[in-house]
Design a protein around this ligand. Structure first.
Ligand SMILES: C[S@@+](CC[C@H](N)C(=O)[O-])C[C@H]1O[C@@H](n2cnc3c(N)ncnc32)[C@H](O)[C@@H]1O
Length: 472
């Protein structure tokens, strides 16, 4: 960023900061860091990202996190478009660190698939991370309320290839209307964004001294509305990317005293530079939280705390009024076998309002549960779109190409970087040799799938999604 494009820190910000950084030296160190260059970091896909950025330093709290030495032009890297990594600010990867520990704990308590809800999910940083932590049969509900942000969430989750994900577009209250069904709730709530002041000048311009209080009120409302959805004994990971106490400690005090919750400490990685917050509520309950300052940790400003729900909301479970979800497994067993590895782990479904579109999910998922979720929630996608059988012929869905469980043995064309970018631009590929045999081929760059083409003999059709077309 040019110096001329930088904006001054907003007036009144330092007053809020005094509560969390009481000494002038500490605040000066933070202000200096906020005028510096933000580190660039990526998080690798566990399968598709293997062997990428191997020699680069790891993010201390994320096995898959890497710091890059400079910010590349990601748009010209086919691995980026293949979902081999996600460009994510390093401190945010701490959500995955906390989630991994909570999930381990829950799995030791009960051997059953778990349900995760990422309530404020767009553009998908935390959801793609959570998707990498799922075990057999687990379910991640990834939700975004804003109409202008739901599209990017759908795109990012599909590039990542998340077979165990349900994407919804709803308000917190719709989730809370069904009680006691979520094991881990991640609320990466909308906030005043002070932690982004180094890299996002708009965050500096948006901030006013009233904003932290307004955000704190909204955050309380969101948590109160969604909390009935969390099971008794389930966990809430609450996070913000802001420093002030209003949206962080003060809200936690409120949750601990007004909602039947307890705070849970985390063991930290060595020499991480993370600031530990330890306080007591008025009634003597301990409160633990973790704050990331850009002058002390490799990342932007961030705050996180883990709470466990002790209380119980009455069960609201009822059978769904309508049967919407129908398994399509039997009639399409051969297709499933042809396209998916470990095909016995997956089941095909007919999309309720588009019967010829097939989706696939883990085999453990039940129609009755999908029916109930469909009744209460505005569902955008369940599992991975698989494809359509039209006039007896199967057309794979464009998103299927990104699934790590798509069979590697399917016909594929390995392309050069130039052709990979041409494919992503939906422009003619220069040197790729189209096979003589007609049919569907995966376009692959250095082993990573980019999408489908249909070879027609002397030409081919490019099935890369129009909406994703690379414009640069
Ligand atoms: C900090 S961002 C989430 C970032 C995301 N978790 C990620 O890692 O990519 C907060 C999100 O909350 C959404 N949001 C705004 N108002 C909300 C509300 N009232 N209830 C739920 N979510 C809301 C915003 O649209 C935004 O996508």
């Amino acid at each position: 960023m040019h110096t001329a494009d930088r904006k001054p820190l907003p007036l009144g910000f330092e007053d809020f900061l005094q509560e969390v950084l009481p000494t002038a030296e500490a605040r000066a160190a933070l202000f200096e860091a906020l005028e510096g260059v933000p580190p660039t970091s990526v998080r690798l896909h566990p399968q598709k990202g293997s062997a990428l950025f191997d020699s680069l330093p790891a993010v201390p709290w994320c096995t898959w996190g890497r710091y890059l030495s400079a910010r590349p032009f990601f748009a010209h890297d086919p691995f980026f478009w293949a979902g081999a990594y996600y460009v994510q600010e390093a401190a945010s990867m701490f959500v995955g660190y906390a989630a991994e520990r909570v999930l381990d704990f829950l799995r030791r308590q009960e051997a059953r698939p778990l349900t995760l809800l990422d309530l404020c999910a767009a553009p998908g940083g935390k959801s793609t991370h959570l998707a990498s932590l799922l075990h057999v049969g687990d379910k991640l509900i990834s939700n975004e309320i804003m109409p202008n942000r739901i599209g990017v969430l759908i795109e990012n989750l599909n590039r990542w290839g998340s077979e165990q994900c349900i994407i919804t577009h709803d308000e917190a209250v719709s989730f809370g209307a069904m009680t006691e069904w979520v094991d881990l709730l991640v609320a990466d709530v909308p906030c005043s964004g002070e932690g982004m002041f180094r890299k996002d000048m708009e965050a500096r311009e948006r901030w006013t001294p009233k904003l932290p209080l307004q955000c704190a009120a909204l955050q309380k409302e969101i948590i109160a509305e969604v909390l009935p959805a969390l099971r008794q004994g389930g966990f809430l990971i609450y996070s913000t990317c802001t420093f002030n106490k209003e949206e962080n400690e003060h809200n936690l005090h409120y949750f601990l005293s007004e909602m039947d919750m307890v705070s849970v400490p985390l063991q930290l990685p060595d020499e991480s530079g993370i600031t530990v917050v330890e306080e007591k509520t008025r009634s003597g309950k301990p409160l633990y939280a973790y704050r990331f300052f850009p002058h002390q940790t490799g990342g932007e400003g961030f705050f996180l705390s883990v709470l466990q729900k002790r209380g119980k909301h009455g069960k609201s479970y009822k059978k769904a009024k309508q049967k919407l979800w129908t398994s399509a497994g039997k009639q399409h067993a051969a297709l499933k076998e042809e396209y998916l590895t470990e095909s016995e782990r997956w089941q095909l479904w007919q999309q309720p309002h588009e019967k010829d579109l097939l989706m696939f999910t883990p085999i453990e998922w039940e129609a009755a549960e999908l029916d109930l979720l469909s009744q209460h929630l505005n569902i955008k996608q369940v599992g991975v779109p698989f494809g359509q059988v039209l006039k007896g012929k199967f057309n794979p869905h464009p998103y299927l190409a990104y699934s790590p469980v798509l069979r590697r043995e399917l016909p594929a064309i390995e392309v050069s970087i130039e052709d990979a970018l041409q494919f992503l631009r939906k422009q003619p590929m220069q040197s790729a040799v189209m096979p003589a045999n007609k049919g569907w081929y995966v376009i692959r760059y250095e082993g990573r799938n980019l999408g489908w083409v249909k070879a027609l003999g002397n030409r081919y059709n490019n099935y890369y999604p129009n909406a994703w077309q690379l414009r640069s």
